[in-house]
Structures are given as C-alpha cells and as structure tokens.
Design a protein around this ligand. Sequence first.
Ligand code: M6R
Length: 615
Amino acid sequence: MCGIIGVAGAHDALGVLLGGLERLEYRGYDSAGVALVAPDGVLWRRRSAERATSLVHLEAALPDAPAGSTSGIGHTRWATHGAPTVANAHPHLDCTGHLALVHNGIIENHRALMAELVERGHAFTSETDSEVLVHLVEEARAAGADLAEALRTILDRVHGDFAVAVVAADQPDLLVAARRTSPLVFGHGAGVAVLASDVAAVLGTAEALHALGDDEVLALRPGRFSVTDLAGRPVAPRPLEVRYGLEAARKGGFDDFMSKEMAEQPHAVADTLLGRLDPATGATDLEELALGRDQLAGVERVVFVACGSSYHASLVGRQAVEAWAHLPAEAEVASEFRYRDAVVGPEVLVVAVSQSGESADTLHALREARRRGARAITVTNVVDSLMAREADGVLYTRAGPEIGVASTKCHLAQLAILEVLALHLARARDALSPATAGELAGALAGVPAAIEQALGRAAQVAAVADRFGGAEHFYFLGRRAGLPLAMEGALKLKELAYVRAEAYPAGEMKHGPIALIEPGSVVVAMATRGPLWDKVAANIAEMRARGATIVAVCDDGDEETAAIADAVLEVPPLPELLVPLAAAVPLQRFAYEVARRRGHDVDRPRNLAKVVTVE
Ligand code: M6R
C-alpha cells in the first residue's frame, strides 16, 4: 500500500527518491509524487495518477526538476480517502507552499480537524485525510515552533495510524518525521540521510538503519539525528538488523520477481530451518520464542490467525499441531476472528502468521487475542514489523524480501516454521516418541531438496498450462493437508490469472458443488500418496464421470494416479503433512504460466497490494 521515502544531503535527491519509489512499487499503489527543496528555497512538486504506471508518468514529468536539490520526499499512494487523482496524490502542501508532507495510514478524525482548519481560513486542495496534517503543522510553525516541535505538538490531536514525513522550503537539509503504528525507518549513508516506510526503499543508500518507535518524532540531517517522544524528551532509537542487501530486492536477471522468488524457495526454507531443527535427533531450538518448555507444556489450545496465503499455511500448521502435539488447534481468517466473540484466555497460544507483519486484519486479531488474555506469538518475514513488536514472542521466517504480490517463498517458509513449531510443542509435551520426532525432523531437513526437484518440473507444468490454461473454471480439490494446498493453488490462479478457481474439500463436492461439474470443467486434484489417497481417487472418479478434465498433483512416477487423470503435476514424495511444501511449487508455477499466457503482470496483479494495511 502507501510508501514513503525521504532524503537529505544527496548530490542527486531526485535520483534517490525515484530509486526508493521504484522499490516501494511492489507494495501496490495508484499514484505517486515527489517534492524537492530547490536551492532557491522554493518547494518543487510533481505528482502523477496514471493508473498502474504512475512512476513512469511521474518520471516523464520531471525534466524540469530544479538542479542541485539535495533533499526531498516522495510517496506512492494506494487510495483510501479520495479517488486516485493527481490532486489526491502526495506530497501535500500547506497554504503557503513552504511545507510538503507525505503520509501513510489513516487519520480517523480528519473530518473534525478539517472543519476546524477551514473555519480558521485554510484552503484544502484534496479529498484526502492526510492533508489536515500539513495544515496543522503550518499553524504550529506560524505560532513559533520549529519543524520538529510543530509536528510533535499536533500529534496529540490526531487519531489513527500514521507514518508522516515533512520538509520545509527554508530548511533544505532537514527531514522531520513521526509515526504511530505505521512503520518508519531511517539511517545515514555516505553524506546522506534517508528515511522510508520500508527497508527495501533505502537499501544501498543507508549503511545502518534505525526504527522509529510509536509516537516518536525524528529530526534527521546528514550525519546526525535526534529522536524525541511527544513530550520532547530524547529517546534512543532502536538499531535495525537487516539480513539482506540491495541485490535481494532486484530481479537479478529473472524476467520478474515472482520467477526469482520461486527459484529462491529451497534457500528460503533451508535458511528458515537453519539451527532450529536437528535432523538426527528431532530436537528443536526456538529459543527466540521467549516461551520456555514449562509455558509451552501448559498451553491447552493453539489458535492461528492469518489472511490469504498465510492463512493457508496456518491451516497446515493447525493439522501438524493436532497430529504431532495432540493439542486442540484452530486456524481462522483474521478479519473474522477479530469480530467474533472468540473464547481465548491465558491457556491459549495464539499464533499470528503474516509475511509482512503489517496486515491490518491480522494485527487487530493479534491485539484482540492479547486483550482477551491469550499469549500471542507472531510468525513473520519482516524483522521489527508491527506484529513482531506487539507479540509476546516472534518466529522469523528467513526468506529475504518478497517483492512479487503473490506470496511464494514466504508461504513455503511459513509452512516450514509452523511445522517446526508443531514439533517443538510436541516435544515440550512429550507427545511424540524421539524416534518419530527424529523421522519428521529428517524429512523436514530434506524439504529444500524436494522443492529443488519440484522446481525442475517447470516444463511439465508449462505443458499442462498449454493444454488447459484456457479454461474459464477450475476446481481445486483436496483432503487433509491437500485442502489448504488446494486453497493456495486456487488463490494463486485467481490473483495472478484472474480466473475463477474454487477450492473445495474433495469429499464435500457431492453435497452440492458437483452440480457445477460439466464437460470443460477442469479439476485440479491433490492426489499424492497418503492415508486418504483411495478416497481422493474415488472423488476424482465422481468428477470424471461428469465430464471433468482431471489434473492430478501426484507423487513422482505414480502410474496408478496418472491412469485416472488427464494430466499430472508430479512432486517428490514426502510425509503427508509436509507435502504442501513441495506440492505448492507446481501450483504456483501453473498460475504463473496461465497468467503469462493471458498477458498479465505477475508481479503486480490488478487491484491487489502486497501489504494490506487497511481492514
Ligand atoms: O503479509 P501477510 O502475510 O499478512 O499477507 C496476507 C495476504 O494478504 C497475502 O498472503 C495474500 O493473500 C497474497 N497476495 C497471496 O499470494
């Protein structure tokens, strides 16, 4: 969703801003803009709202940028209040044109603030909630406050979530920023100071990064900074550990980020498992959870909350907790959990699963669970993200930055860490024999190699996409761990190829949806070998009898399954609950191939944002 970048002290401020905006594009946006502090002490601003290509259009509008500007701010906007128009794009200016401001988040009381400001003579030029902020800063400055003080004094009056950055025409080397809930990082590079809402935007520019905390105000200049709380007391900023470099946020020779990220999956899973699992003994090490064996042994129920692909990973995690730790477990879509009267208390371990650590639905579910007294941990890929900070413990996946909107390597890394968590719980409760735990750990350690093999079958997937990719309706069917896998396959096809794809429990089709099956329907069946293979085979027969074309996801060389299908997507055999780790690979690839054949942008599917910070 929205993204912020700011720079001070650069030889080429515009270049830094555009580079940062380009690396913020993946979050999803519909308009973009920059403001530079020109050497003559004038603010220069350009914005664009050309659908999906704002950045290109923005760049085209820049040849008249003032030479020699060393500082400025930039923004990518994902519209909430007000349509995606140039007038609503950030940066917003105050009435004097001396201040420019960018904002991520939502100002809940903007209507009341705007009414007051209009009464006092301010003129608004946008329909956004954000614009009130720049007028409030303008008033505080007019009353004699310096820029940081001005921002500090207005924040008490603002309700909602925000990350905000301001520049003033008369202070060319100063960036002032603040945040509440929405993330903001800052740091210094060779002679420059930068800030951004996302680490990826400043990779390669800043050497050491810090995270700004809630209700903290930053005054940032080249070579120095100060952070204060809302009372003006100095605060020590938290250094941020970044485990990857600029290359990780580039395509690196691949056609698109999705291809790169699918190819990185063996590493993402291997890194996520590293040091956390002993394949010889089945021992697990999740020290970072900050929950000891006694606390874990006291857990009576586990509740996973998540959205989208993270929810599908949670459904597998739930099955692993039940099967291995013998604990009651549930997985729920976070946006539903939050508004249900969920019965959770101190005996419940809530696991919030989120690649970004920022999804508003999951964040609020996490908060609600903690409010009700549950112990809550976060599984996330983003170090120091909101959910990482707000939980009682955190387990990081180590997939590196995922730029493509469709989750691939992060989904597999989530599956891996959730299975380790299930094993960890099982061991804390002595629910598994050492021999069984060792076997499972050994199988998990072999997963990166299995993913590598699954990636090697790209030609088989492409052939299936050639034959069946033109269909208009797909049904993804599975049982047990095959069901979340089916749901993930269907989600990928929907979000990338814009094709109707329904995921259903294979055994449930006969209770209604089978009425939809007719010649031309394509059924993708999760038919790897496991205790329920016979049942799945019977369900496949039911679909075939009604004219459906069957694509079976099956074990390598499984001729019996191949004989009951029209085409197969083969994966290396794995124990049943580990199957989604390898079998998601051909389903991702299938969606990718179908999307490409239909001419879609696989990295930035329509209507979607990578980080969904609205409810
Ligand atoms: O960052 P999160 O894991 O919380 O995001 C959740 C979903 O928005 C996300 O998984 C979404 O469904 C992906 N686009 C799926 O590919």
